[in-house]
Design a binder for this molecule. Structure first.
Ligand code: SAM
Length: 247
């Protein structure tokens, strides 16, 4: 029976590849990779030689039929992205949805994911969080999105590239002011760093040390302070309704 395995791969440290992921990558007939040259390095590291096809934002739609045929013929296929968990700010959604709609088996292999890795060590509340992925490149829409998050008490998690990290922090300073921000940089790599402060403080640190602007970033923003009594009021309201129903 054909299967699509959705395989998480390391976000920096190759030792983070799970033994199960390594085994499955060795057993499949085909690997659909965001960038075949990039994933070839991982396969070399594992001592594996497996046929690959590219699957990225620009060809994903066109790959659906091909992958359906492969699974129909009983092939096992692994989907990987350059780093971390496929579909999380990475290609794969169109293929996974199409294969599921057609009744094929899709099996996730859990593993590294930058947002979860960052949240697990940031010291910000994790009971509720929103993942915003990459915000718009343009300042206007980016600020509008930040403004829409202003009253939400959940922790907000964003991805950003080194080219725009300072612009993003500038917008956070402008729109969200004194909020606490935690910046997780180069997770699982040699220069892994967590910076913690207001957006203004983080920008000052980057100005003082340009190394802090290099690499990959997860940006976490503390949620709005929960308004006193909000939750209690909800619980009380529910209890009251219950009593009224019973009456
Ligand atoms: N699929 C990936 C995942 O599971 O996290 C995310 C892919 S997305 C194209 C790449 C972004 O993820 C980077 O711009 C950065 O925001 C974040 N990221 C990936 N690896 C990271 C790392 N080692 N340290 C910090 N952020 C990372």
């Amino acid at each position: 029976e054909g299967v699509l395995y959705v395989v998480a791969t390391p976000i920096g440290n190759l030792d983070d590849l799970s033994p199960r992921a390594a085994r499955v990558l060795g057993e499949v007939d085909l690997i659909a990779a965001e960038d075949t040259r990039h994933s070839a390095r991982l396969l070399r590291h594992l001592g594996l030689e497996v046929p690959m096809m590219s699957l990225h934002d620009h060809n994903e739609r066109g790959r659906v039929d091909q992958l359906c045929q492969a699974l129909e013929a009983g092939r096992r296929v692994a989907l990987v992205s350059d780093a971390g968990t496929p579909l999380i700010s990475d290609p794969g959604f169109i293929v996974v949805r199409a294969l599921r709609e057609r009744g094929f088996k899709v099996v996730p292999l859990p593993g590294p994911c930058a947002l979860i890795t960052a949240l697990s060590a940031a010291g910000l509340p994790t009971d509720r969080f929103t993942f915003e992925g990459f915000l718009a490149h343009k300042g206007g829409p980016r600020q509008a999105r930040l403004a829409a998050l202003r009253d939400d008490s959940a922790t907000h998690v964003l991805y950003e590239s080194p080219h725009r990290i300072q612009a993003l922090l500038g917008d956070i300073r402008e729109v969200l002011g004194e909020r606490r921000v935690v910046l997780a940089r180069e997770l699982t790599k040699t220069f892994e760093t967590f910076l913690d402060g207001t957006a203004a403080e983080l920008l000052a640190q980057m100005d003082a040390d340009s190394d802090q602007t290099r690499g990959e970033f997860v940006v976490m923003i503390e949620g709005a302070p929960a308004r006193d009594g909000d939750e209690a009021a909800c619980v009380e309201g529910d209890a009251l309704l219950q009593v009224l129903f019973e009456e």
